[in-house]
Design a binder for this molecule. Structure first.
Ligand SMILES: [Fe+2]
Length: 453
């Protein structure tokens, strides 16, 4: 993610999120047997899927509000078998004008743009947006329909559920404009929604993501609050609030009826944690929790919901014994889309990845957190990577033994590629590049969906 500030000299009447490579593509393509530059590892057998906004009308009030399009590439036996891009058939897409909030204040969570993330769990592929219920997709990116966990889901579902690599459970939350403002859910490895807890928070804030450890979940209640006046005028209905304060809530996993313990922190905003994990003390119990994030010192003060790209890697350490939070910057460079290997989510990680912006340059960062090191794959000024997704090598024993998958947009050629980097040699030349038959607009998050064993 870069160049998020619109260039005022360039078609000033068209907002940035509808111009250049933010502009939607209008064709749903299927291309097979794509050319490969370099060599695709034969062990990569599955699908890389990435979600993002792509308004079918060509217009949307905000980057976050465009209809959902999934761009997928299917890899097998060292070949790129297909690329396809599909709109998710949401009610927001098929019934323009359908409103999530009725005149009577009722909320219809079957309406939503599904444009933020796409994840696999319990044999399902879910397209997610934080306002609404998930949409289930087929392996060929066709829309199955709304998935509400057999009617058990009554809140929205975040686009950032966390699948615990130790248990296979999926943890998530939903937040809303109206009470209850925050609800936590746990889904069994088989995909059954087995726990729901209402979480008390002082007001309706924008809670984009959260985090887990082996023993706890962590909520972020930060001072970007819902504003009904802005909501009535359209656009993103949130603004910075100097009075709200900022707190992180730590709640035990797997225990019903519990409430979080809240830790006050300096006001800030975090869209995305990188990861969190427990620190066990001499007592043998969890005494501290570490939470690494891409942290903004402030967001949307004017209610303008303008985009910024000045988050940086920042560590919170929550001392469960003393009841206090410490925090420290880990880097001062601008990053977003922090990720760790899926099998390190909630566990102690030594390595994390992010998209970075250095001046006009665009890069994928590898952070080595135990020794404060970092390495960048610098794509230069004209090539812009999206979020990188880590996939382990077969039989990997180290958390960084694997590949980074992403789409990269080339400004000069106005085209996109699928790129594979070696996570151990991030700065080195890509292992493989797959030129795509059309550009992939800048988007949000994605996943590797491995073929079933
Ligand atoms: Fe996100």
């Amino acid at each position: 993610m870069t160049t998020l500030t619109p260039d005022a000299t360039d078609e000033p009447t068209v907002p940035f999120h509808l111009r250049d490579n933010y502009a939607p593509v209008m064709d749903e393509l299927t291309a097979t047997d794509l050319p490969v530059i370099g060599s695709l590892p034969a062990e990569l057998s599955g699908r890389y899927l990435r979600n993002g906004p792509n308004p079918r009308s060509g217009r949307s009030a905000h980057w976050f509000l465009g209809d959902c399009m999934i761009h997928g590439i299917r890899l097998r036996d060292g070949r790129a078998e297909w690329y396809r891009n599909r709109w998710v058939r949401t009610r927001a897409l098929d019934e323009p004008g359908a409103r999530m909030i009725g005149d009577d204040g009722s909320v219809d969570r079957t309406i939503g743009v599904a444009n933020t993330h796409v994840v696999g769990h319990a044999g399902r592929i879910l397209a997610l947006v934080e306002s609404s219920f998930p949409h289930e997709l087929t392996l060929d990116l066709d829309t199955v329909g709304i998935h509400d966990f057999d009617g058990r889901l009554e809140s929205a579902m975040t686009a950032h559920p966390k699948v615990c690599p130790a248990t296979g459970e999926m943890h998530f939350f939903g937040y809303g404009f109206f009470k209850p403002y925050l609800t936590y859910h746990r889904v069994s490895p088989a995909g059954e929604l087995v726990q729901t807890e209402i979480i008390d928070v002082p007001g309706p804030t924008m809670i984009h993501d959260f985090s887990i450890t082996e023993t706890h979940v962590i909520f972020m209640d930060l001072p970007v609050v819902f504003d009904l006046e802005i909501a009535m005028s359209g656009g993103m209905p949130y603004r910075w609030d100097d009075e709200y304060g900022a707190r992180l809530g730590v709640m035990p996993r797997g225990v019903t009826g519990v409430r979080p313990t809240w830790f006050e922190v300096e006001p800030c905003y975090v869209f995305h944690p990188m990861n969190s994990f427990d620190l066990v003390g001499e007592s043998g119990s969890v005494e501290q929790i570490v939470l690494d994030t891409a942290r903004y010192a402030e967001l949307w003060r004017q209610g303008s919901a303008e985009f910024r790209n000045d988050a940086s890697l920042h560590r919170f350490t929550l001392d469960l014994v003393a009841g206090r939070a410490r925090e420290e910057p880990l880097d001062d460079r601008a990053i977003e889309f922090p990720r760790v290997a899926d099998d390190r989510v909630g566990l102690r990680n030594s390595v994390g990845y992010a998209v970075a912006t250095f001046g006009e340059h665009n890069a994928i960062m590898r952070y080595d957190l135990d020794d404060d090191g970092s390495v960048a794959h610098d794509f230069g000024e004209d090539r812009i990577p999206g979020e990188a997704v880590f996939v382990p090598r077969d039989g990997a024993t180290r958390e960084d033994d694997g590949y980074l998958l992403m789409y990269v947009y080339d400004k000069g050629a106005d085209s996109s590629e699928f790129v594979v980097l070696d996570a151990n040699e991030v700065a080195g030349a890509p292992i493989a590049r797959v030129p795509l038959p059309q550009r992939v607009p800048f988007g949000f998050h994605g996943s590797w969906i491995p073929d079933a064993e």
